[in-house]
Design a protein around this ligand. Sequence first.
Ligand code: HEM
Length: 205
Amino acid sequence: MKKLKPLSILVHVGSLLPLAKLIFDFLTNNFSPNPIQDLEQQTGFAAITLLILSLAITPLRTLFNWRAPAKYRRVLGLYAFLYATLHVTVYFAIDYAFDFSLLFEATLEKRYTLIGTISYLLLIPLAITSYKWGMKKIGKNWKKLHKTVYLIAPMLILHFAWARKGDIFSLQGDVLQPLIYGVLVILFLVVRIPVIRRKLISLRK
Ligand code: HEM
């Protein structure tokens, strides 16, 4: 039998905790008076957190030469996709019951949902091609395709901040978490720029 590694346990248990909490809250009737909003907020937050963690793995190797988490990048990305799918399903199927005229009006009112939808659509091909057969199927283009995550992540930060604030452009109120996540995304992307990456590796050595 394959031995379970502590890091593997941490990744899987940590990633499934938000889902376990949702199920627990459901079974114990522990939601707020607006359970749909609770579901949207908790699944959205889990999705973006896991996506950022998956983006952190390459910088960990660059900065600290820590290679062990590399194989969990795909796993974290797929867990992020799972929560994003739950988030989108709650919105379209439960909140709006697929009523497309209502959805259209809601999109005009809450523009951040459009950014969420585009981001989700862009994530689908990444999730589908994250398996070995997907890599084989698209060959050289795999890397190029998966680089779209560098665009999707900032779009989702915008979606997050905007959803929290209602108006992201007046920097008041509940923007601390999206701001921290935004700074992390910027750092994780900057570390990937080849000249900066080379510099950091030579400094480390
Ligand atoms: C990859 C896709 C997506 C991710 C990672 C994501 C992530 C998030 C996050 C982090 C929040 C803020 C949660 C909080 O306040 O703690 C949020 C809120 C929200 N998202 Fe998304 N989102 C995605 C796609 C979508 C889509 C496609 C829609 C609908 C078209 C959507 C609708 C909403 C709504 C309505 C809220 C506000 C919930 C509320 O506070 O009432 N999201 N999302």
